[in-house]
Design a protein around this ligand. Structure first.
Ligand SMILES: Nc1ncnc2c1ncn2[C@@H]1O[C@H](COP(=O)(O)OP(=O)(O)O)[C@@H](O)[C@H]1O
Ligand SMILES: [Mg+2]
Length: 307
């Protein structure tokens, strides 16, 4: 299972919308089995899909209870349907509610067992018990509390949604520093990249994109998610963009973003990525010519080669 953390220390940058639509695209367009983890006490992802509740266990219980069956009990909400009654067989959700606030404090107080690796261990135990997913997508709170640290420790890949405004850069350096610190527990953690959300073709956005592309330490996706009123409408409808408005700009953009994420980034056509340890793709036009010479140094495993 590959675990993707959607994070930014700012609220209102489309973390939740991105987590929902990326998870949905992986599940329904790419046929992957996906676990969508709501890791924000606001529970917006859970509310979106109509699974917000205080009756059943939630991520708060998963992080604090020792009972290994807690996750399974919390996933009683699997095979969720949208508010229109759709069923998404490949998309399961681990919900969140305000109990996560107390859970965060409880993790800090209870030093009798490791505090940072709880989510990682629960997910690993779940897999060992035979409940497998191809991807987990974690919608994080705009915070660096224990539940967010747990998400970063469990994750393989970090994706950072960024809304361009005067304060777009705030917190990004702090976040990148925190990610570096988490590498002590999770050395393979990789910042795959930032991506622009709510993009409109105006001067502010274009300058922001330019500034972000020059920012050291943050590779950027070339796909941007355009601004459209359809996104807000989906929050009322409770269905992902690809169902609600499949032809809308943002629906197509999220599809392209997932495609870009799934396609190994070529470090030759995009040398900036070399610095971030990205793998180059095997068969893109630019790589082809040099495939021979790098065959010997190619990393085994996912079929990618490192340059
Ligand atoms: N591409 C977009 N176009 C227009 N509005 C958007 C877009 N993406 C997100 N929004 C709106 O921005 C607001 C914040 O999004 P949300 O995902 O809840 O942010 P976060 O989880 O980062 O706090 C919501 O009202 C949402 O509908
Ligand atoms: Mg949110």
């Amino acid at each position: 299972m590959k675990i993707i953390c959607i994070i930014n220390l700012k609220g209102g940058v489309a973390k939740t919308i991105s987590a929902i639509n990326i998870a949905y695209t992986l599940a329904e367009k790419h046929g992957k089995r996906v676990l969508l983890i709501d890791n924000d006490k606001q529970g917006n992802t859970s509310k979106f899909f109509g699974v917000h509740s205080y009756e059943k266990p939630s991520i708060a219980d998963v992080l604090t209870k020792r009972d290994p069956n807690t996750l399974l009990a919390a996933l009683g909400f699997t095979h969720i349907g949208g508010l229109r009654g759709e069923k998404y067989d490949n998309l399961h959700i681990l919900p969140a509610n305000m109990n996560l606030l107390a859970a965060d404090r409880e993790i800090l107080i209870d030093a009798s067992r490791p505090q940072q690796t709880r989510l990682k261990k629960v997910l690993e135990a779940h897999e060992r018990a035979g409940y497998t997913y191809d991807y987990a997508v974690i919608d994080c709170a705009p915070d660096l509390n224990m539940s967010v640290i747990n998400a970063l420790v469990a994750a393989h890949d970090v994706l950072i949604p960024i809304k361009v405004d005067k304060f777009a850069f705030d917190g990004i350096d702090t976040l990148l520093e925190q990610i570096d610190e988490v590498k002590e527990f999770n050395p393979a953690l990789r910042v795959v990249g930032g991506f622009i959300t709510m993009y409109s073709r105006n001067n502010v956005n274009m300058q922001g994109v330019e500034a972000l592309s020059k920012k050291v330490g943050l590779p950027m996706f070339s796909t941007v998610i355009r601004n459209t009123v359809k996104v807000n409408e989906t929050t009322y409808a409770g269905v992902p963009l690809a169902v609600y408005a499949p032809k809308s700009t943002a629906a197509r953009d999220y599809e392209a973003l997932v495609e870009e994420y799934l396609t190994p980034i070529c470090a030759i056509t995009n040398p900036k990525n070399l610095r971030y340890g990205h793998s180059a793709c095997e068969n893109c036009g630019s790589c082809k010519g040099v495939t021979e010479s790098i065959t010997n140094t190619r990393n085994e495993g996912e079929g990618n080669h490192e340059h």
